[in-house]
Ligand binder design. Structure first.
Ligand code: ADP
Ligand code: MG
Length: 460
């Protein structure tokens, strides 16, 4: 938090102008009653300065949640009341509710939290090992997952990472299915874990929360990257992790990036996460995509008792499509099949192209800012430095990669991209694009990095 001398210096000289009640009213209007009453109602105005305010929140957790989701909009609202404000700071007023958890939880509360958690604890029966097609890009992850089911605690934790839509959830769900009859399996996404956690804080049920999760002997948590930057949640997760680990429960984790690339996660957590086996799922190659499509055709045949109206050429065309993850591949397959059912004659590759184009266009717009942020984060360098004029390689390469991705993933023109990179000339952008294209052909690490960055950009 702010040093008090600094606070004093910036303190407004003229009268404070914010009327907190009316600010609260506008929060309620802007965010809707539900968000307002769950998150914003208890925010208090602690101090008001010319250019910023200090707002009080109940717990660290609230602070993390509010800053990650609502801070921009809160600032917007505040500016409507006082234009000069350009920053908000949050101060934690004390963990009121979690202090009073020493009272005994009553029975009703326990069943409440149980139901709440159980709702999220359901395994999807379709995402099994049997339905998981193995190829080069996921073979190691698959074998490791299988191994866990026959030899618990052989690798602990098992950490599976990879880009969006590549089968992480499928694989860890499959582990859960295989073990659910013999073990107490808990499967939850990091985001749900957090919901439960907050709910328990609010309802004074932390003891129950802790007990509940610590009962598992197989604990599966999906999309752990969600805890980045959320300190309160990290703390809780770490304790859960440790106590499970101490009693030799098997822990399985999925993430969109490897442990060492989880920025804004405490080092001790990262090191715990890397302490077992870390395996990745890569981008599927042609063979795997073809196998998956063939499998989908068989499924189609089994359910409709007819062969979908697709020829080999189309399957081949879809499997060759470069920028598709498995989820998208299946999505396109379903669309193509739906189209083919409507038309009498078999679809042509050209029809297929049109469908694909539509899918690509539907993908959300990606901003250059985002590309720059993700890239600098990925290489753990400062964004300003990445954009600066310095030419040292550790800065220049990421800068070129970001330019290359800006060209590849957005529709911005070269001069526009140049401008976004501290007003560089478009010829610099061309040079960057060519350099990275060449490097990613010759250098497999470069290609892997670019794939990883791309999938992070596309996933958020
Ligand atoms: P992630 O969690 O990595 O984003 P999912 O596990 O949700 O990806 O997978 C996306 C979709 O692709 C799901 O429908 C899943 O069943 C399917 N899928 C992914 N990998 C495979 C695979 N190897 N074989 C069959 N289906 C797969
Ligand atoms: Mg997933």
């Amino acid at each position: 938090m702010e040093k008090s001398s600094k606070i004093e210096k910036n303190l407004v000289s003229e009268e404070n102008v914010l009327n907190w009640n009316s600010v609260q009213d506008s929060f309620q209007k802007a965010f809707g009653t539900e968000i307002y009453s769950s998150w914003l109602k208890n925010i208090s105005l602690l101090k008001e300065f010319n250019h910023y305010v200090i707002l009080g929140v109940q717990t660290r957790f609230f602070r993390d949640w509010i800053t990650s989701r609502y801070a921009d909009k809160i600032l917007n609202e505040l500016q409507k009341h006082k234009l000069s404000i350009n920053r908000i700071e949050f101060k934690i007023e004390g963990e009121r509710s979690s202090k009073s958890i020493s009272q005994k939880p009553d029975i009703n509360k326990i069943s409440d939290i149980k139901d709440g958690v159980l709702n999220y604890n359901r395994l999807n029966p379709n995402l099994s090992f049997e339905n998981f097609i193995v190829g080069k890009s996921n073979n190691l992850a698959f074998l490791s997952a299988k191994k866990i089911t026959s030899e618990l605690s052989r690798y602990n934790p098992l950490f599976i990472y990879g880009g969006v839509g590549l089968g992480k959830t499928h694989l860890i769900n499959a582990i859960g299915l295989a073990l659910k009859d013999t073990s107490n399996v808990m499967f939850i996404s990091a985001e749900r874990f957090m919901y439960q956690f907050i709910k328990s804080i609010k309802k004074n049920e932390m003891v129950t929360f802790k007990d509940f999760f610590r009962k598992a002997n197989v604990f599966i948590i999906d999309d752990i990257q969600f805890i980045r930057g959320k300190e309160g949640l990290q703390e809780e997760f770490f304790h859960t992790f440790n106590s499970l680990f101490d009693k030799s429960a098997q822990i399985i984790i999925s993430s969109d990036r490897p442990p060492n690339r989880l920025d804004r996660v405490q080092d001790r957590i990262k090191s715990r996460l890397s302490g077992g086996l870390v395996v990745d799922i890569g981008v599927p190659d042609y063979d795997l995509k073809q196998k998956i499509l063939k499998k989908k055709i068989t499924e189609f045949q089994n359910s409709f008792h007819e062969y979908p109206n697709l020829n080999e050429e189309i399957i081949d065309y879809m499997a060759k499509e470069q920028n598709l993850n498995i989820r998208e591949l299946i999505g396109i397959f379903n669309r193509v099949v739906a189209f083919s059912k409507m038309s009498k004659k078999p679809l042509s590759v050209n029809d297929c192209k049109i469908i694909l184009k539509d899918v690509h266009n539907n993908n959300k717009v990606i901003s250059i800012d985002k590309i720059q942020n993700v890239t600098s984060n990925f290489f753990s360098i400062n964004l300003q430095e990445m954009l600066s004029q310095r030419r040292s390689r550790p800065l220049a390469r990421p800068r070129q990669i970001a330019m290359y991705l800006a060209k590849k993933l957005t529709t911005r023109s070269l001069p526009e991209i140049g401008r976004k990179f501290a007003n560089r000339d478009h010829t610099t952008v061309i040079h960057a694009v060519k350099t990275i294209e060449k490097l990613s052909q010759d250098n497999s690490l470069m290609k892997k990095n670019i794939d990883e960055i791309t999938s992070i950009i596309l996933s958020d």
